[in-house]
Write a protein that binds this ligand. Structure first.
Ligand SMILES: *[C@@H]1O[C@H](CO)[C@@H](O)[C@H](O)[C@H]1NC(C)=O
Ligand SMILES: *[C@@H]1O[C@H](CO)[C@@H](O)[C@H](O)[C@H]1NC(C)=O
Ligand SMILES: *[C@@H]1O[C@H](CO)[C@@H](O)[C@H](O)[C@H]1NC(C)=O
Ligand SMILES: *[C@@H]1O[C@H](CO)[C@@H](O)[C@H](O)[C@H]1NC(C)=O
Length: 305
């Protein structure tokens, strides 16, 4: 089996048994695990280039970037040098929120040039407004610009990020192309903190918008309790897995794609190695309820006008 896997990998056909889930865009499926390239890697060219090269070599085929990270060229270089066929990759990028239609269109074009690619698999609006909260009145115009990007063959699917139900409602009211994905912060320990994520997920799912988790390992919140604390580690012990693997498994077992960022070879391997075990219903429930008051979640997003 391992030999077959390796041979297929060498042939560049099927590189790993990473399952995919459908997005809201018919025919566009998304691998459940990808490499995140934001957070501490923002504007760090070498971290993105080296980390992406390493990940592609280990079998990652799903990469997540954004115009705002300032490293599209570095990601594009790592992709080009990998020699991996474009059809085998799933690439997500994002345009900044708050931009009007023409500015959104210009960023799409500039992003593809920087990546050195004719199209991405998924283009998201990064935030319901600009980071400082202005420009929310442009949401629908920005969405329409992304729909034109689909018509122009620049994106196979389009979606949003950090959107609350009320932001998404504005888009759903006018969309002529399905909203494929909403990417939001979600990880173990957020129960009862910040935005009511359970409600957001239920809303997205009811509207066929695939909910994707960024910061699945809590990213910059760096709470060691999540990764090495008694809840996740205790559960992991039963399955021969680490606390981090349990935290990721809890998400993918709900059908939620995850994009952990790591430049460490062992962590990249561990993060992918979550498809050979299944958490019991009881363990899933205790992780659902895991609440850590030290976490802030991303409670601010729903305040964005
Ligand atoms: C960029 O990333 C590299 C590799 O992870 C790291 O060694 C370096 O310190 C980072 N640079 C900055 C300015 O953070
Ligand atoms: C908010 O951010 C936008 C986009 O970066 C910028 O154009 C605008 O001047 C900012 N407005 C304020 C009030 O800071
Ligand atoms: C949060 O979500 C749960 C589960 O869907 C729901 O029962 C609860 O009423 C929600 N809380 C608030 C404050 O909306
Ligand atoms: C969601 O997708 C299913 C299957 O394609 C379809 O039957 C249903 O009408 C869709 N729901 C909405 C709200 O678009």
């Amino acid at each position: 089996m391992l030999v077959l896997w390796y041979c297929l990998c060498l042939l560049g056909r099927i590189c790993q048994a990473i399952p995919s889930v459908p997005t809201g865009m018919p025919g566009v499926n998304m691998p459940l695990i990808g490499l995140g390239t934001g957070g501490h890697w923002v504007r760090n060219s070498s971290a993105v280039y080296e980390g992406t090269k390493l990940a592609l070599g280990l079998g990652y085929r799903h990469l997540d970037t954004a115009y705002g990270y300032g490293t599209l060229r570095d990601l594009g270089k790592a992709i080009a040098e990998s020699g991996i066929h474009r059809d085998e990759l799933f690439i997500t990028s994002k345009v900044p929120g708050g931009l009007d239609g023409p500015a959104t269109t210009a960023v799409v074009k500039e992003s593809l040039e920087a990546l050195g690619l004719p199209s991405v698999d998924l283009m998201l609006i990064h935030f319901p407004a600009a980071w400082n909260g202005t420009g929310g009145e442009n949401r629908v115009a920005a969405w329409r610009a992304l729909e034109r990007a689909v018509s122009a063959g620049q994106a196979r699917a389009i979606g949003v990020s950090h959107f609350c139900p009320r932001h998404l409602e504005e888009i759903l009211a006018v969309a002529t192309v399905p909203v494929a994905v909403n990417q939001a912060e979600y990880h173990v320990g957020m129960f009862g903190t910040g935005v009511n994520k359970t409600d957001g997920i239920a809303f997205d799912t009811a509207h066929n918008v695939t909910y994707e988790s960024f910061m699945p390992l809590c990213g910059q919140c760096r709470d060691p309790e999540l990764i090495t604390g008694p809840v996740t580690n205790g559960i992991g012990h039963k399955y021969g897995k680490t606390g981090a693997q349990v935290a990721l498994r809890w998400l993918v077992q709900q059908g939620i794609p995850v994009i952990p960022r790591s430049g460490n070879k062992q962590h990249q391997l561990d993060n992918m190695d979550i498809f050979d075990f299944e958490l019991s219903t009881e363990d899933m429930k205790s992780l659902d309820k895991f609440s850590n008051s030290k976490l802030s979640g991303s409670g601010g997003d729903c305040d964005v006008a």
